[in-house]
Design a binder for this molecule. Structure first.
Ligand SMILES: Nc1nc2c(ncn2[C@@H]2O[C@H](COP(=O)(O)OP(=O)(O)OP(=O)(O)O)[C@@H](O)[C@H]2O)c(=O)[nH]1
Ligand SMILES: [Mg+2]
Length: 399
């Protein structure tokens, strides 16, 4: 517990955080340590923390204490001097590592995964979203239980819930496992209900188009431009957690067929395994999509790496073969003239993609062109299949 946060003191509005990141020499991921840490700082602010200090370190190989001994001593002094409440590490920590660091530093230690889970938890609105994130948190917590009372309290257990002869840790684990299976059952129920609604609404000749992309790329802003709108587009990570679907207005389509557009949760570098597992069903629903609009913030200096993260997650989910249009968004932030000079990263992305559109959701640039590309894609795929894939199986719906 932090020195400032005694049991009788009121909680400060935002916790003072120190970020710690390690880059491994010879890392081939292409991510610079400073970019990963800048993103961690955004995540920390999204979770209401005040980022007071950052400690980056380049190492030859991972250390047992995550950072080297000397750095750890430096960090300890800083935690004391700067009255740090929480130290946030840029990678997922092994349970033993986290405990060791907490013992050394004597303040709360969390990792990137639990920070992402925290931001998700703040954003969840629907029953399904809340259940999914709670499930992810419990799955993350399970291997980390070391008889920590705060965890038990959070899960609603405590004195009186223990069976005779069990150790505290066993009881904690049993409680969490019971809770996990209860949540899975509830989730199945919510999904069955939604499937039924979806079947009821399923009409033939409706194509489903899904927005996918890195968090903060502008998916919701594009969604609002292309439909009657109404979803939150905000300069913060993970504004969108729950899926929304609306009618998409397209140029005249053959046979009067129509389309719906779905806005979805964004992806991020080092997305925790527990999140992918808990959101798998929602994400796999994207399988009902006939076409993806992969939105990239072209003005971001890490745009190429962002696009690669999204492609990897889609591949992992078995969705890599669904046709895609690359939407290079926020072009207004890099040029006054979309037909003018563009930075190398944009050329790199354009040359790697079969179909792309340059857009500014902010100014409305390129949106009609994008509608045209979508209509072309759908007409060519519907002329191949008499019925769109979406109508054959399920139709995405507003949750
Ligand atoms: N300048 C500029 N800003 C944009 C553009 N598109 C979106 N934005 C801004 O970028 C921020 C993020 O946009 P969102 O639409 O919320 O991004 P998202 O991809 O839905 O993000 P998450 O839901 O958080 O994953 C908002 O502040 C938008 O106003 C654009 O073309 N140009
Ligand atoms: Mg969004």
């Amino acid at each position: 517990m932090s020195r400032r946060n005694g049991p009788h003191q009121t909680r400060p509005k935002s916790e003072r955080a120190c970020l710690v990141g390690v880059g491994l020499r010879g890392d081939k991921s292409g991510w610079a340590l400073e970019d990963s840490m800048a993103e961690l700082a955004d995540l920390a602010r999204a979770a209401n923390a005040e980022v007071v200090a950052q400690i980056p370190q380049l190492l030859a190989r991972p250390a047992r204490t995550y950072i080297g001994r000397g750095k750890l001593e430096e960090l300890k002094a800083l935690v004391y001097e700067e009255e740090i409440d929480v130290v946030i590490f840029d990678d997922e920590l092994a349970p033993a590592q986290q405990k060791l660091l907490e013992d050394e530093l004597q303040v709360k230690v969390i990792d990137r995964s639990s920070l992402i889970l925290d931001v998700f938890a703040q954003r969840a609105r629907t029953t399904e979203g809340k259940l999914q994130i709670e499930l992810a948190q419990s799955e993350y917590l399970l291997p980390r239980l070391a008889g920590q009372w705060s965890h038990l309290e959070r899960l609603g257990g405590g004195i009186g819930t223990r069976g005779p002869g069990e150790t505290q840790i066993e009881t904690d684990r049993r409680l969490v496992r019971t809770r996990i299976s209860r949540m899975k059952k509830q989730l199945r129920k919510v999904r069955d209900q939604r499937d039924a609604q979806r079947q009821n609404r399923a009409r033939s000749r409706v194509s489903v188009i899904s927005l996918v992309g890195y968090t903060n790329a502008g998916k919701s802003a594009i969604f609002n431009r292309m439909t009657s709108g109404g979803v939150i587009a905000r300069n913060q990570l993970f504004s969108t957690l729950d899926t929304t679907t609306r009618q998409l207005h397209l140029p005249e389509m053959p046979g009067g067929s129509s389309a719906v557009l779905t806005d979805t949760v964004g992806f991020i570098h080092k997305l925790p395994a527990a999140v992918v597992a808990a959101f798998r069903a929602t994400l796999e629903e994207m399988d009902a999509a006939d076409l993806f609009l992969h939105v990239v913030d072209a003005s971001h200096r890490s745009a190429v790496r962002h696009a690669a993260v999204v492609d990897e997650v889609l591949d992992d989910l078995g969705l890599g073969t669904i046709p895609k249009i690359l939407v290079l968004n926020k072009v207004d932030r890099i040029t006054d003239d979309p037909a003018g000079d563009l930075p190398d990263r944009v050329h790199e992305l354009m040359s790697a993609s079969r179909r792309y559109a340059l857009t500014s959701a902010e100014l409305g640039w390129g949106i009609d062109n994008l509608r045209g590309l979508i209509a072309e894609d759908l007409s060519s795929s519907t002329s191949k299949d008499a019925v769109p894939r979406a109508a054959q199986a399920t139709q995405a719906t507003q949750v």
